[in-house]
Design a protein around this ligand. Structure first.
Ligand code: NIG
Length: 402
């Protein structure tokens, strides 16, 4: 069993391995974590449901800390163009990219958005993911952004995976605002933010800091107000071009800085000094054909816990594959398998500012994954495959082999 709650030391120590471990659950909480031999007498009664991992390992439910799973439409033709040599930016400049998904999402009803997102969440759940961060950012009008939040709220009601929502008002500039940037920024800041804050169900506010998206100044303006309204912050930075975005994330006191393919040494130091969690999205580096892959090794060597995500979205990462993300993190970002596993557990929990998740501890949420594989090493190694046998989410068992 891996608790991911080891106190200090290298990644392997942080995994907190317990041989012949037992985790006891009552209701939605964990009530025992330890060796089988330490289980108190009488802990197992006639009503106890026993689950034997049968030589596989057990760990915390995984967390996907950066996704865009609520969207309508698809962009398979853009994938084809990239295969023919067009870049993600060239496609966006020619009228494709985020704004295309915005059009499709604006045309969808809340019920349609929910129907479309459900199978994506189911695919994540099937791989042991029990908590997912979900962004807006494909609405980009006050009403459409609020409808995306309604869809996330409805998804919370109809399926078990816990959802952490992020408002992403600065994702792309809608075409109709090309000559009125300041108006769009003011609309998001003055009308959308207060209405989203008043709902009480949105944790984070986010921005895409990029030449083709929003500037430092625009981001400071909107996210500064978001912070004052009580949102925690996270940022898409240094993805397609180097833009000192990591430094901006540090300056704004963001919880996480995501992507980071183009981060420099000063950016790494800034994240470390400010305690910002780096979130890498290796499937989107691959899928969007961005190079280089983010410097996971240097981030980890600087003493940062590196979180990983699928970044599931129709444009830059049409994938819900956790094993592939872990495998690429090892092969291309330079992480070890232990670091990659912590990237979807302990460090992913830090990236959503919810440190009680992503680890097994008494009093913590009863969210677990039971693997057929004997070791976490199989997850990146069995590339793109799924070795999850069962999931416990909110204390309820789903046995995929039953
Ligand atoms: O996280 N970087 C910006 N946003 C998404 C891409 C969304 C899209 O292409 O639709 C991302 O990669």
């Amino acid at each position: 069993m891996l608790t991911c709650a080891g106190a200090t030391g290298p990644a392997e120590a942080l995994l907190g391995a317990i041989e012949h471990g037992v985790v006891g659950v009552r209701g939605e909480r964990i009530v025992f974590v330890g060796e089988a031999a330490a289980l108190p007498a009488g802990a197992i009664g006639p009503g106890t449901q026993l689950v034997d991992a049968r030589g596989g390992f057990v760990g915390p439910g995984l967390i996907d800390p950066h996704t865009h799973v609520v969207f309508a439409g698809e962009r398979a033709d853009e994938f084809e163009l990239r295969c023919q040599g067009k870049s993600y930016l060239q496609i966006a400049q020619a009228g494709g990219g985020i704004v295309r998904t915005v059009r499709a999402t604006q045309d969808a009803t809340v019920a349609q958005l929910v129907e479309l997102a459900l199978p994506r969440l189911r695919r994540l759940f099937r791989q042991g993911v029990t908590c997912v961060e979900v962004k807006t950012g494909y609405g980009l009008s006050v009403d459409a952004e609020l409808r995306m939040l309604d869809a996330i709220a409805e998804l919370r009601r109809v399926q078990p995976v816990r959802l952490v929502s992020t408002l992403l008002p600065l994702h792309a500039l809608p075409k109709s605002y090309v000559d009125r940037r300041a108006e769009f920024v003011a609309l998001m800041r003055d009308e959308l933010l207060p209405r989203a804050a008043a709902r009480g169900d949105v944790t984070f506010c986010d921005a895409f800091v990029e030449q083709s998206a929003f500037t430092h100044e625009e981001t400071r303006d909107v996210l500064g107000k978001a912070k004052a309204l009580g949102f925690k912050l996270r940022l898409h930075v240094d993805q397609l071009t180097a833009n000192q975005g990591a430094q901006l994330a540090a300056e704004l006191g963001a919880v996480s800085a995501d992507h980071l393919e183009q981060i420099d040494a000063a950016g790494i130091s800034a994240l470390k000094a400010a305690g910002v969690v780096p979130v890498l999205a290796p499937t989107s580096t691959l899928f969007a054909k961005v190079r280089p892959f983010a410097p996971g090794r240097a981030l980890s060597d600087a003493g940062l816990g590196v979180a990983l995500c699928t970044n599931c979205n129709p444009g830059s990462s049409n994938s819900e594959n956790v094993s592939l993300a872990m495998g690429l993190a090892c092969l291309e970002n330079g992480l070890t398998p232990a670091e990659a596993y912590l990237g979807f557990t302990r460090w992913a929990a830090a990236a959503i500012a919810d440190p009680e998740r992503g680890r097994l501890q008494v009093g913590g949420p009863a969210d677990l994954a039971v693997y057929a594989a004997p070791s976490y090493r199989e997850l990146p190694y069995h590339l793109g495959m799924n070795d999850v046998r069962a999931v416990v989410c909110r204390g309820r068992l789903t046995d995929f082999e039953a």
